[in-house]
Write a protein that binds this ligand. Structure first.
Ligand code: NHF
Length: 481
């Protein structure tokens, strides 16, 4: 069989993947893209840390026991396997570094502790060593690493001359896993592992940069983000590294799981509905959400939904000054779900205390409530300062909620201003306020509103087309000498 006709084998390495473990968008993508890739005819496997939070209902089969990654018994791993939707999923267990506690150690999910750096360096090292030993019952042609958590894996593969090709995807350049180089080198040398090939940035190593520098191909999760990150404004200090590569990162827009997010069958929402029954369906979901949240009840009140990490990136700050005005003058309602920076959590909670009948806030993660918000909302707010892709706007559109978003990254690539959403340019409350007022003017015009909603629901953000783009890219590099 020639290499061209052979089934190419891909291995995904990531810090999270739904449904086993999900904190944010990365988990959605690493969880749903593999099965879409399997449908294109590729052989695909996924490797994750085995966190203790992974539900016991997943029956994992032990396949490798007591494999030594580094010196001492703390450095041994066990590997487990489970097969789901034609995808082999490998889980790496290690009590000291990988398995205990939450996935990330900060509420924002941004790397902020040495413990977290150690976790993902150890994971990267484990994946590299087990691949190099030939003990993993899977020999990939392409290793696809995601975000800083697996940046070191790309370096280990490259520096050792490992024969597989590698792809590195930037999901969010803000979270770089940069940490004091000395602390890492000392810890590594205690385990007899070399760190001298990581590049130093001042006094730090930077694992996002390691991935970008050493990968055969770098991708981003939308075309616009790929162009943006070569600039000082969006490059988060890595713009030179990015524009210094031979070719610009390839932007492939994310998809969403169209079976999981489907208003016709979704069991987490109140009544199901389709594009044909959308007005009635959304009204019923709205009243049910208003009751659930203790808001004033009425289908004439526009609901703005927000499901988001509460961090600077997401621009939630821009929406806070608008709440009073829109709630008092326009009888608008807001439903927020998310967690992150304390200050944002407090400001939102304050607003819900002041305008309790029009503002509901839940701090935390809640998959079920998230679906209910998508189904019930008229508008969905994403005022992000930058947005690599953004999944919320695509999910919202699938449920007929019209997005109001900043014109950046994947938001710009998925929303057409004045057709299926509202975009604004400047990252300030005034500009967001103007976009929200345009949306509010649409609200009483039921026929026009319905047109917007239908156009949203007509979009196709499933993985099908996007998975083919990845498949083509894997074939190209696997076949390149
Ligand atoms: O969609 C998954 C997600 C993106 O824009 C999102 C982000 C993190 O910031 O690719 O990763």
């Amino acid at each position: 069989m020639t290499r061209k006709n052979k089934k190419i084998k891909i291995l995904f390495a990531a810090s999270e993947a739904a449904p086993f473990v999900k904190v944010g968008g990365l988990g959605d993508v690493a969880g749903s893209l593999p099965s879409a890739l399997a449908e294109t005819g590729l052989k695909i496997a996924l490797i994750l840390p085995r966190y203790e939070t992974i539900p016991k209902k997943y029956r994992l089969k032990p396949i490798v026991k007591n494999f030594a990654v580094s010196g001492g018994k703390d450095g041994n791993i066990n590997v487990y396997r489970l097969t789901k939707d034609e995808v082999d999923v490998f889980f790496v267990e290690n009590k000291k570094y990988l398995s205990r506690g939450p996935v990330y150690f900060e509420r924002t999910a941004l790397a902020g502790s040495f413990k977290e750096i150690q976790r993902f360096l150890f994971f990267s090292l484990s994946v590299f060593k087990i691949l190099a030993s030939g003990k993993l019952p899977y020999e990939p042609d392409v290793i696809h690493a995601h975000d800083w958590h697996t940046g070191a894996l790309v370096s280990f593969l490259k520096k050792s001359g490992f024969p597989a090709k590698n792809v590195f995807t930037i999901h969010n350049l803000e979270n770089q896993g940069a940490w004091n180089a000395k602390a890492i080198s000392n810890w590594f040398s205690g385990m007899s592992v070399r760190a001298d090939f990581f590049r130093e940035f001042g006094e730090k190593f930077n694992f996002m940069a390691e991935g970008i520098i050493n990968a055969d191909i770098v991708t981003t999760v939308s075309p616009s983000y790929s162009a943006e990150i070569g600039t000082v404004r969006y490059g988060a200090g890595l713009e030179k590294i990015i524009s210094g590569r031979r070719s610009r990162p390839i932007g492939i827009l994310n998809g969403i799981d169209y079976d999981f997010y489907n208003p016709e069958t979704d069991r987490l929402i109140w009544p199901n509905y389709s594009a044909k029954t959308l007005n009635q369906g959304k009204e019923k979901n709205k009243v049910a959400l208003q009751k659930f949240c203790g808001l004033n009840i009425g289908t004439d009140k526009p609901i703005f939904g927000v499901v988001s990490r509460l961090t600077g990136q997401k621009g939630i700050k821009l929406s806070i000054p608008l709440i009073k005005d829109l709630a008092e003058k326009h009888d608008a309602q807001f439903v927020f779900l998310g967690q992150g920076e304390k200050i944002l959590e407090e400001k939102l909670t304050d607003a819900s205390r002041k305008y309790g009948k029009n503002v509901f806030v839940k701090i935390g993660f809640d998959e079920e409530l998230a679906h209910k918000i998508y189904a019930a909302s008229d508008f969905f707010l994403m005022p992000s300062l930058f947005e690599p892709c953004g999944l919320g706007q695509m999910i919202a559109m699938r449920y007929g909620a019209v997005p109001i978003a900043r014109k950046t990254g994947g938001l710009k690539d998925t929303i057409k201003d004045g057709e299926n959403g509202f975009l604004f340019e400047n990252p300030d409350s005034d500009s967001l306020g103007k976009a929200a007022l345009r949306a509010l003017r649409l609200f009483p015009d039921k026929a026009r509103l319905e047109k917007f909603r239908r156009r949203c629901m007509k979009e196709n953000f499933s993985w099908d087309k996007q998975a083919l783009k990845y498949a083509k890219l894997y074939h190209n590099i696997a076949n390149a000498i």
